[in-house]
Ligand binder design. Sequence first.
Ligand code: NAI
Length: 341
Amino acid sequence: KIYRPNDASLSPLSSKTILFAGYGNQSRSQALNLRDTFASNPDVSAPKILIANRTDSYHETAIADGFSVTSFAEGAKEADVVFLLVPDQVAPALYNSEIGPNLRTGALVVVASGFNVFYKRLEVEGVDVGMVAPRMIGAGVRSRFLEGGGFPCFVSVENNFSGRALEMILSLALGIGGLTAGAVECSARDETLMDLFAEQAVWPSIIVAFREAYSTLKKLGCSDEALVHELWLSKEPAEVFEKCAEDGFIAQLKYHSTVSQYGQLSTSLGMDATKLQEFFKNVAEKRILGGEFTKEFIDIDKEGGGNGMERKLGGLYAAASTSELAVGEKKVRERMGLDKV
Ligand code: NAI
């Protein structure tokens, strides 16, 4: 189902108190959009918007933007709605200790990512839970709203304690500009599965394809300069993906030469995908839905007094930088004066 602005009304938010927990990428844009929506609809009485943030630069930004900033606990006591918009790895401890215990029964908790809801990391007894998840970085949520164009968004109701959760979720989505381009109904489970699958199956397959393509062609005599330009520095792949969105995944092939069209279609249709299918099935069913990945991620994060992931990522970056592709690109970028790798 796709929800449009006509499916919702702002009036369920009148005289409510809406708390934005965190004031980062998503939260700032969503809070500003919501405030602007009510400013341009003066016939509907505006909700009270509060920001809760720890003392850091985001706290200062919220004040500079003219919002009242409070603590998570005090904000939660007043709130009818809480947008939980801090990093996903931070949200459970913060919600379970400071926000959840202070919320009134029947309040609505809104997430922008399904992860913590699907993996049941939030203690959400006696409250409504829903998702309004822009498929867009925070800066885009704001700039597209200002341009009037809207942005893609997923919405769902995950726990309908009050019986009015859908009406409220759609109202909030309308308020932040999430219905302008049509919001797709998508559960926290599906959003988590697709998001993690793209990160752990699709993009790794692309990284491996480029890495192995580089090594194969290097062994056949192609230079680093030529390979880097041919494979990505020209930005051709970025343009292809843009055309996929504009014209269609297959339809965009018509922009390529006949040699290219024939090569791409005949090879992809003839390729044995059995190994890839097995890998995809394992990632989706065991790693993601079976919870293996999340357990691994949380365990690593806890190591070394809480900076385990930082150290782990350092090791992974070091390992990735030894491939022929990475070594070759570094040389090319140094020679060309493009030092930002
Ligand atoms: P962010 O990284 O911009 O969050 C920064 C905010 O979190 C700041 O207000 C900071 O004070 C607060 N914060 C950070 N660590 C904290 C801690 N230990 N305790 C208390 N507060 C802390 O977050 P972002 O990227 O806006 O993500 C928020 C939610 O939106 C997440 O669920 C994310 O998955 C989702 N989302 C993010 C998108 C993006 O483009 N960044 C896109 C769509 C969804």
